[in-house]
Ligand binder design. Structure first.
Ligand code: 9PG
Length: 703
């Protein structure tokens, strides 16, 4: 042990371990390592740092740290455990402290830190580098790795990238532009969290922020240097003299089972941010993908009548949701347009009379240039430079500005609008759309508020106004929404066609946030781990119609299978009167929802997962997909054992099988099979599942 000038004891190295994972602080060099349960040093040379708005980097790397506390008992939302904190002086009055926490029985470490300002000047912080230059030791070349890219908001593509290639460029509104690390060959960026997998050594690292209320965050990988960086953005807010500011908390788990580790990360994020999952999954009918902005009172009433039909193909949904197209203008939420002659309170009464709950779409954080709101309150817009309102979206034939959620009068107005919708008109559910607009990077009335904080002020106001009613976020930044919404859209828009359409010179790779069935499906599979941990996932609507659609029968069945297997919300968006009995039945097969998300078991092996697996208690469901444009033979690997196999869509009994089941699948087609260990008894669990997942009585086999 040495002693520093300030008299603090300095330990050259200090280790914290819980038997499953260990962190070793190299106090002399200001860096730390993470070792897994086998003692392998999976992450090494990680430093902690801060970047100020003038660009100056502050880092622990290469400086000597003093231990402030070691083996400090911790008890918080993530459980009980042990923490250690070390401090480092950077330069005259600016110092950093880093805290590493290990929770009992958790194979992960959680890292966060503070900037302390003992200078006479305020320090403006751009971001925390919670992980800086952390080397990943995955015993293989970075070229062979796979990178899980998480998108910023609902519509942002979330997918696996091959590190031999390059990252996928994306643009607003699906990214937050000012805080993207600059694009560079071999650099891969993910929002909030990531997983890096080495197929050669079968090892991975899952890393993600478990607190998200104050700072937006990103993680990026440098393929050549094999380093990971994790940033949480303070957006230029100041630490006054004598003050300090804390980063968000980052969880890191080295693992050989990345799917389970991602689920554990989701558990931690949900716990730390008080996620609102519920076993009671929302189901409904939504006007958007059939009527678009042409939705009318008449159309809603016609579908209400269809929903009220009893009998064999009854559609037992809970909500009737009116989407975009009812409002006077974007921002003028207290007025309806001429397509709703009796007003919305009257329509809600009809919906309630028919035995359904009522839902309404709003884009509460946007101000349309043509709206009365804009004329009355131009000062309510976020500005991108003085006097210039920030355009968050161009849609509805106008520029739409971002609402400044740091203004108290805006918060009061928001609550008034939402209370009117809920208490005045009687709505039970609100779909709040385009809400990333609350988190754009512009100038707000209160400059000492980050994007995440401003956004959450708006969401909290809505939460307060709705009380216990259901809030569905859409176009929502993912991390910053946890704890405030009941459901979240996790995909780009569905569409009545398979791949993105419309004029564009961009390759499909750059069009993954555009409306299309494939784009919605991709995210529904890759974001499975959020469901039931952060909120209910909304995989977007099912379209089962056979008219006014370019989706083939196989594509519709694939879409239905993915939605059913997602365990998330089930909403249909068709003109119900025009559905054939067969298509009506397809929809009814998904009800009630299973509530449990299937795992994309080949996530790290495929471009788009071809296998979804779900444990139903008495049996397992396995979905096999062909994403190719031609017929393909695809093998479904059965778990170890002999299984009775049943085809859920065709109702064919496929006999007792083991090993791999080969299927010839049509383009964009799928097979959904139920597997039951041979000679086991049927379980009660089957009875609460959607029809599609129920183990059949098996009369055919027995007769
Ligand atoms: C209503 C729709 C539906 C849909 C939402 C959202 O970039 N854009 O122009 C863009 C337009 C619409 C959109 C997403 C992006 O869809 O996801 O379910 O409610 O708004 O306008």
């Amino acid at each position: 042990m040495r002693s520093t000038g300030s008299g603090f004891p300095v330990l050259e190295a200090f280790e914290l371990s819980n038997g499953l994972i260990a962190v070793r602080l190299d106090a002399e060099n200001g860096v730390f390592d993470v070792r897994d349960g086998d003692g392998d040093r999976v992450v090494s040379d990680a430093a902690f740092g801060v970047v100020l708005t003038d660009g100056s980097p502050l880092s622990s790397r290469g400086l000597s740290m003093r231990l402030v506390s070691a083996n400090q008992p911790v008890d918080d939302a993530l459980g009980g455990g042990l923490g250690m904190t070390a401090e480092v002086d950077i330069r005259n009055g600016l110092s950093l402290s880093v805290t590493v926490t290990l929770y009992d029985a958790a194979p992960s470490v959680v890292i966060d830190g503070d900037l302390h300002n003992e200078t006479p000047e305020p320090a403006r912080v751009a971001r925390f580098d919670v992980l800086q230059g952390a080397r990943l030791n995955l015993a293989s070349s970075g070229e062979t790795w796979r990178f899980y890219k998480q998108g910023w908001q609902s519509w942002s593509p979330t997918l696996l990238l091959e590190c031999s290639g390059e990252d996928v460029p994306m643009a607003p509104s699906v990214i937050a532009p000012s805080t993207q690390p600059e694009a560079r060959a071999g650099r891969f960026v993910s929002d909030l969290m990531t997983a890096v997998f080495s197929p050669e050594c079968r090892r991975s690292i899952v890393a993600g922020f478990v607190t998200t209320g104050d700072q937006m965050s990103q993680i990026w990988l440098d393929r050549e240097a094999q380093t990971l960086a994790a940033w949480s953005y303070a957006d230029g807010i100041t630490v006054p003299p004598g003050g300090k500011m804390r980063s968000e908390r980052l969880l890191i788990e080295p693992t050989r089972a990345p799917l389970e580790a991602m689920e554990r990360y989701g558990d931690a994020l949900g716990r730390a941010m008080h996620g609102r999952p519920s076993a009671d999954i929302a189901t409904g009918w939504c006007s958007w993908y059939q009527y678009w902005q042409g939705v009318s009172e008449e159309a809603v009433l016609a579908n209400l009548e269809e929903l009220s039909r009893k009998g064999r193909y009854a559609l037992a949904v809970e909500y009737v949701q009116i989407d975009d197209g009812w409002q006077a203008d974007i921002g003028d939420w207290l007025g309806v347009n001429g397509k709703f002659p009796h007003g919305l309170r009257w329509l809600v009464e009809r919906i309630h009379e028919a035995g359904f709950k009522a839902g309404l779409w709003l884009a509460p954080f946007l101000i349309g240039k043509k709206s009365r709101l804009w004329k009355e309150h131009p000062e309510w817009a976020v500005q991108y430079k003085p006097g210039k309102p920030f355009i968050a979206m161009q849609n509805w034939g106008q520029d739409c500005y971002a609402l400044d959620l740091t203004r108290p009068e805006v918060i009061e107005w928001l609550k008034f609008v939402v209370r009117t919708v809920c208490e005045g008109w009687g709505f039970d559910y609100v779909k709040i759309d385009f809400i990333y607009a609350g988190a754009v990077d512009g100038m707000r009335c209160d400059a000492e508020v980050t994007r995440a904080q401003a956004y959450r002020r708006g969401l909290e106001a809505i939460r307060e106004a709705v009380g216990e009613r259901f809030v569905l976020g859409c176009g929502n930044p993912m991390g910053a929404s946890v704890g405030l919404v009941n459901g979240a859209r996790i995909s780009p828009d569905i569409a009545p066609f398979w791949k993105p359409r419309g004029r564009s010179d961009d390759p499909q790779r750059k069009r993954m946030s555009e409306p299309s069935a494939l784009n919605a499906i991709r995210n529904t599979m890759t974001r499975w781990w959020m469901h039931g941990r952060l909120w209910q996932n909304d995989p977007d609507c099912l379209l089962v119609r056979s008219e006014e659609t370019a989706l083939t029968e196989d594509e519709v069945r694939t879409l239905a299978t993915v939605i059913a297997m997602s365990g998330g919300m089930v909403a249909d968006s068709d003109d119900l009167a025009r559905l054939s009995d067969e298509r009506r039945q397809w929809l009814s097969m998904l009800l009630p929802p299973s509530g449990k998300a299937a795992r994309p078991i080949d996530l790290f092996e495929s471009d788009v997962s071809r296998l979804l697996e779900l444990d139903c208690g008495s049996h397992r469901m396995l979905a096999v997909f062909n994403w190719g444009d031609a017929i393909a033979r695809i093998e479904a690997p059965l778990p170890a054992g002999r299984f009775e196999v049943f085809d859920a869509w065709s109702h064919d009994y496929l006999g007792v099988r083991e090993g791999c089941l080969p299927f010839e699948l049509p383009p964009h087609g799928c097979r959904l099979i139920a597997l039951r260990l041979s000679a086991t008894e049927e379980n009660e669990a089957s009875r609460e599942l959607p029809k599609l997942f129920r183990w059949p009585g098996f009369e055919r086999e027995r007769s």
